[in-house]
Write a protein that binds this ligand. Structure first.
Ligand code: AMP
Length: 440
């Protein structure tokens, strides 16, 4: 199948070709015609599947076909995302794909001044890409009008719920017209997502695309057992000896991310950290340095890493295993993208055996363990609680989501929406939930 067959305007097909895309991805093949036809869509898809183009291309098409006459330029498409980074990335896609079309887009997220946003909104915007908190601020002040929205997109809806945005989302939706098109994208399907979908969507087209990398077709996964205090030395040595030039490293906490980046830097391995406590400017700079090869290592928390679009990342390292097994799948989905090979390395100490077992159950396979000479773990080391000294929560999943969502207020109001559902899903959590959701 080619892009010409999907029903998109010639100008958009041309732009897509200029991007070097020859074939629509599976989600694009299914989503584009459904969205062009004006219907609702419920799609199970994560980053890396081409989902962004899957919804931005048909939205651009529909908006440009029925361009609003005269001088007014109401917001006609609203895209909600969990993080600033994802908002910026989605809006950049609308600009790229929409170049040459008479449409304006903008991002709306916290951490930057309100005033410039108000001025841009006043000049008129067709496509608004927003995080829920800041959008509500504008709604509260009456500086944005959503009464003419034709299409609403909830991108990474599961993450938005995990981050406690459900009430914010519902409040935003209450200021939209009832007659509209709604598109919901989510990597996993908890009961909360299904409830939301049931409330919001009308006879949606269901799209399920296989997760990338779940069976690790393109990704080599390996676990290096190591002492609790030996991780940083092992990481530096792996990076140096393997001559790894672009490495994304995951830590569980913001503080851990900062500390590791500093230690690596001191060790002569250039590194920078990205997380929700950093200002928007600092995060953008860190990401762009990493993109350009100015730093070898980007240390990130799970939430900060959502929405990062880095093509063909060769190495992903779990410096600490995540509490929620699904996060492991998200993390390793950052490597081996677009059919290129990648390596996902996990540094696992004696405290993390429970998390490792949970991940292996989710993957339904065991991951190869290999000690590294000179960094062998001390077999006499005894486990300590993994969250020692912080929340004291167990490693069963409930206390894992600590990163700041970066979406302004509302983000930290932990509603507990995501975790209990996941906890109840049994060993094959995300997969069985996905399978069940097909029947929903
Ligand atoms: P996404 O899942 O939207 O984050 O997209 C993942 C990556 O795939 C992005 O870097 C896109 O530029 C790229 N991409 C999207 N659609 C295609 C396509 N049809 N062919 C090749 N690459 C694509």
């Amino acid at each position: 199948m080619s892009f010409d067959e999907l029903g998109l305007a010639t100008a958009l097909v041309r732009t897509v070709r200029e991007q070097g895309y020859t074939t629509p991805t599976p989600i694009q093949q299914q989503a584009i015609p459904a969205i062009l036809a004006g219907g609702d869509v419920l799609a199970s898809a994560q980053t890396g599947t081409g989902k962004t183009a899957g919804f931005t291309l048909p939205i651009l098409d529909r908006l440009s076909r029925a361009h609003s006459p005269g001088g007014t330029r109401p917001v006609r498409a609203l895209i909600l995302t969990p993080t600033r980074e994802l908002a910026a990335q989605v809006e950049a896609s609308t600009r790229t794909y929409g170049k040459g079309l008479p449409l304006k887009s903008m991002t709306l997220f916290g951490g930057v001044g309100m005033q410039p946003q108000i001025q841009t909104l006043r000049r008129g915007v067709d496509i608004l890409v927003a995080t829920p908190g800041r959008l509500l601020d504008h709604l509260g002040r009456g500086t944005v009008d959503l009464s003419r929205v034709e299409t609403l997109v909830l991108d990474e809806a599961d993450r938005m719920l995990d981050m406690g945005f459900i009430r914010d989302i519902r409040r935003v939706i209450s200021s939209l017209p009832n007659e509209r098109q709604t598109l919901l994208f989510s990597a996993t399907f908890s009961n909360e997502i299904r409830n939301l979908a049931q409330d919001l969507l009308r006879s949606p087209t269901r799209i399920d695309v296989a997760r990338r990398n779940t069976a690790a077709e393109a990704v080599t996964q390996i676990v290096h057992p190591v002492n609790r205090t030996g991780k940083q030395a092992l990481l530096s040595s792996l990076i140096r000896n393997g001559d790894w030039q672009q490495v994304l490293v995951f830590t569980r906490t913001k503080h851990g991310a900062d500390r590791l980046a500093k230690q690596l830097d001191r060790d002569g391995v250039t590194a920078t950290a990205i997380h929700g406590n950093k200002s928007q400017g600092a995060r953008t700079t860190a990401l762009s340095r990493f993109h350009k090869g100015g730093v070898r290592v980007l240390v990130a928390t799970d939430i900060a890493a959502r929405g990062l679009d880095i093509d063909q990342l060769p190495h992903v390292v779990n410096y600490e295993l995540p509490h929620v097994p699904e996060d492991y799948v998200h993390r390793i989905g950052r490597t081996g993208r677009a059919g290129h090979g990648g390596q996902a390395v996990s540094l696992v100490c004696v405290d993390e055996q429970g998390q490792l077992a949970g991940i292996e159950r989710l993957l339904n396979r065991s991951i190869t363990k290999q000690t590294v000479a000179g960094h062998e773990p001390d077999l006499a080391e005894r486990p300590e609680p993994a969250t020692k000294g912080r929340s004291g929560r167990s490693n069963r999943g409930g206390g894992a989501r600590r990163g700041h969502p970066g979406g302004g207020r509302g983000g930290q109001s932990r509603s507990g929406q995501g975790s209990p559902g996941r906890r109840g899903q049994g060993p094959r959590g995300g997969y069985s939930a996905r399978a069940k959701s097909k029947a929903a």
